[in-house]
Design a protein. Structure first.
Length: 172
């Protein structure tokens, strides 16, 4: 379960997390050996969707939340989530994590924003904003539809201070 869905009072303190774990480029290790706690192997295990999960005191934590806590000495703010900027669930380097709202997190999905419109024999571009699709037009080529989507993404899907450019992050 993600940390942001738990009451803050039920989470271990950041000081406790720092005393128990250490981070090396997004990979978390135990500081002290114990049952099922080898020091030389990463803590936790990878789950089916590619996210790592670590068990601590009979509760499960996603590894990227522990990495965040280790670096920022706090859990994400209530109502916020952690987003993997490059969309790779196992890349838990602190430089790849950012604190975002649920809406901002949804902006960073791998959705293409265009598809072939069989009826009109053209490429249709669209973007989701506030849970509704905005039509961006129909285009003769896939590349034109993709460019329309990328321009709209920059306009509609701004993500705090860490917004990136189309050329380096929204490749489809």
């Amino acid at each position: 379960m993600p940390v942001n869905r738990r009451p803050i009072e039920s989470l271990p303190s950041p000081e406790e997390i720092c005393a128990v774990f250490r981070d090396e480029d997004g990979v978390v290790y135990w500081k002290e050996p114990g049952p099922n706690r080898p020091l030389n192997r990463p803590a936790g295990s990878v789950r089916s969707r590619g996210y790592w999960r670590i068990s601590y005191k009979n509760k499960h934590y996603q590894r990227h939340y522990i990495v965040w806590c280790l670096h920022h000495k706090r859990w994400p703010k209530p109502g916020y989530e952690l987003d993997h900027i490059d969309r790779v669930p196992g890349n838990d380097c602190i430089s790849n994590l950012r604190e975002v709202t649920r809406r901002e997190n949804m902006y960073n999905t791998g959705a293409r924003g265009y598809h072939w419109d069989e009826k009109n024999k053209k490429w249709r571009a669209y973007i989701m904003v506030d849970y509704r699709a905005i039509n961006l037009g129909r285009y003769k080529s896939k590349e034109e539809a993709q460019e329309a989507y990328n321009r709209a993404k920059l306009l509609y899907h701004q993500i705090g201070e860490t917004q990136r450019t189309v050329s380096n992050c929204f490749k489809t």
